[in-house]
Design a protein around this ligand. Structure first.
Ligand code: SF4
Length: 390
């Protein structure tokens, strides 16, 4: 049987999404592994110029979603933000965007900053809150209090009707009932979207070192599972739909930008450490802001890695990311789109996951089971691993 019949290039439609990385923060939180520079606001002018130049090479693509992430975009002063957004407005048609998201930290939020964002067409704010409880915020080395977080969200809700909160669970010493209280506070706020992430200990972070030396102790696996289940339960009770492993929404407020990632639709990305997927190539920029600036100022492209994605690898990624979306993945339609027999190509991963009770299959329509939702990473990894041996 011919399992792959199409040439892959037919698939690479022009991306309609772009991510722009703003690496500046006040300080580096102990768990953070993002590409960040702390307390180096002196670089912001150079950075705005550099990122404008990188984006200029895209030649004004038509976009549906734009996402300013970081780092902390709202750490920029209003005058820097205005300068950046004015440049973006010349590079893209900001009025045409369906979703324009900006990540924010509560300590940066006041009326003036919100007005500034709104005046350039921002219509979604994603708050990095992580917790409302003083002890946990202190452990995570966050700069805001729970009260400030609530005030910032309530202020933003007077202008924006698409607000998201990120919360972390499983901080050292945290109990399930403390986590439930965080969820309760979050879900009582005027938000439309919530993302919950288990605390991870990434190599090179302060937390990773402290854990290695026994200075901090992660919560045990069973507690982490209970916390995740508490999120499923409480979000469900408050009318938030679980639409991706870590994401909940109400009133049809899925993050459209992230949906483009998860559906393999391609996206542009600029800034240090930014990863893009354009014309079948996955590329990552150099992680260091200093190297990024030096390269851009010398006219050297900031790309550090570039990999061509073959059709089978692409199919495995579509299923691996697709399965994390709680809705069903329809393999027959994926087959038509990709010109390949995905069920046959990935039969080993599919059958093993069915046997383990992690996915259900109804005539090629795959879906995580309740148990599979807890092991979504394992299922996704099986598909990614299979592409390497086909
Ligand atoms: S505010 Fe966010 S991006 Fe900045 S250091 Fe903390 S976790 Fe990292």
């Amino acid at each position: 049987m011919d399992l792959v019949s199409n040439h892959p290039d037919a698939r690479w439609a022009k991306p309609r999404s772009a991510y722009i990385h703003i690496p500046f923060c006040r300080h580096r939180c102990g768990y953070c592994n993002f590409s960040v520079v702390a307390d180096r606001d002196d670089l912001i002018d150079r950075y705005v110029k550099a990122i404008t130049e990188e984006l200029d090479s895209l030649k004004r693509p038509l976009l549906d979603t734009l996402f300013l992430g970081g780092g902390t975009p709202t750490h920029l002063s209003n005058s820097h933000l205005n300068k950046l957004l004015e440049s973006l407005n010349q590079l893209f048609d900001l009025n045409e965007l369906t979703e324009f998201s900006v990540e924010a930290n509560p300590e940066d939020i006041d009326q003036e900053k919100l007005d500034c964002l709104q005046s350039w067409g921002v219509n979604r704010i994603s708050f990095g809150i992580q917790s409302f409880r003083a002890e946990k915020l202190n452990t995570l080395q966050r700069n805001h209090t729970g009260k400030e977080a609530v005030a910032a969200i309530e202020l933003a809700a007077k202008i924006f009707n698409n607000l998201s909160i990120d919360l972390i669970f499983g901080a050292p010493g945290e109990t399930t009932s403390q986590w439930e209280a965080d969820l309760e506070t979050a879900l009582a706020l005027p938000i439309q979207h919530l993302s919950t992430y288990a605390l991870t200990y990434e190599k090179g972070t302060q937390f990773w070192n402290q854990r290695r030396h026994g200075a901090i102790k992660p919560v045990d696996e069973q507690t982490e599972v209970e916390m995740y289940q508490a999120a499923l339960h409480q979000c469900g009770e408050k009318g938030f739909r679980h639409y991706e492993i870590s994401s909940f929404e109400k009133d049809n407020h899925r993050c459209l930008h992230n949906m483009a990632y998860w559906k393999g639709e391609g996206w542009y990305a600029a800034g240090p450490g930014a990863a893009r997927f354009v014309d079948g190539f996955r590329e990552v920029n150099h992680r260091s802001t200093f190297t990024y600036l030096r390269r851009m100022e010398k006219g050297i492209p900031p790309t550090e890695e570039s990999e061509s994605i073959d059709p089978i690898q692409y199919a495995s990624e579509r299923i691996a990311f697709g399965i994390r979306l709680i809705e069903v993945i329809c393999l027959p339609s994926l087959n038509r789109q990709l010109g390949m027999e995905t069920y046959h190509l990935f039969s080993k991963a599919i059958l093993r996951s069915i046997q383990d009770g992690l996915i259900e299959d109804s005539a090629g329509h795959l879906k995580l089971t309740r148990k599979g939702i807890l092991f979504a990473d394992t299922v996704a990894q099986r598909f990614l691993d299979s592409s390497a041996v086909i």
